[in-house]
Design a protein around this ligand. Sequence first.
Ligand code: NHR
Ligand code: GAR
Length: 197
Amino acid sequence: MPLPKNIVILISGSGSNMAAIVQTAQQQGWQEQFGATVAAVISNRPDAAGLQLAQSLGVAAQALDHRAFESREAFDAALMQLIDGHQPALVVLAGFMRILTPGFVGHYAGRLINIHPSLLPAFPGLNTHQRAIDAGCAQAGCTVHQVTAELDHGPILAQAVVPVLPGDTADTLAARVLIEEHRLYPLAVRRWLQDEP
Ligand code: NHR
Ligand code: GAR
């Protein structure tokens, strides 16, 4: 039996990427294969729909409202304490919308990953789909990367490509990319678990 590997997933919204990872873990038996468990889902938004979704999948769900803190440093310190209560081997950002401080990123160095809805290094930051359409890109996609202090600039672990189609809006393109995210993110987490000694 491998050493236990707890996974903590951070969300801010609907949590569909979180659900894709949890369901893949359950279906593929990551507990038996890798000793890996999604131990908790944490949202910075108490009203995030993904919290209910996590509970319905049998995963502990917690909220830590960033608005209750007077600085990013104070929020990140409390978030670290909450996360570390689960002794995570891996922390997964899945639609998590708060920029993290260098102190937070350093604390989880090498075990903190994100999925970003563009083909990095193109379009770091927000509003990626509209920016890809406005730039006339023929292709768009998503990127799983390690999180470093510089936003959306960490080492790339996996990417998936979709076409940009005539008449696409940010919403239609986002929906096409999201389907690929749900395939790519569980794959990338699984590979990380396999490669991790
Ligand atoms: N933190 C660090 N240090 N490095 C990264 O690469 C990070 C990160 C935190 C989140 C996800 C990222 C994305 O995939 C991510 C990567 C939020 C913002 C943002 O501007 C930008 C990029 C990402 C996430 N957030 C605003 C802020 O002031 C708030 C926006 C909102 O609440 O809607 O934090 O795109
Ligand atoms: C996903 O498309 C994710 O890539 C993106 O938000 C969506 C979250 O959906 N992330 C960001 O934009 C981070 N800034 P989900 O909550 O249903 O997984």
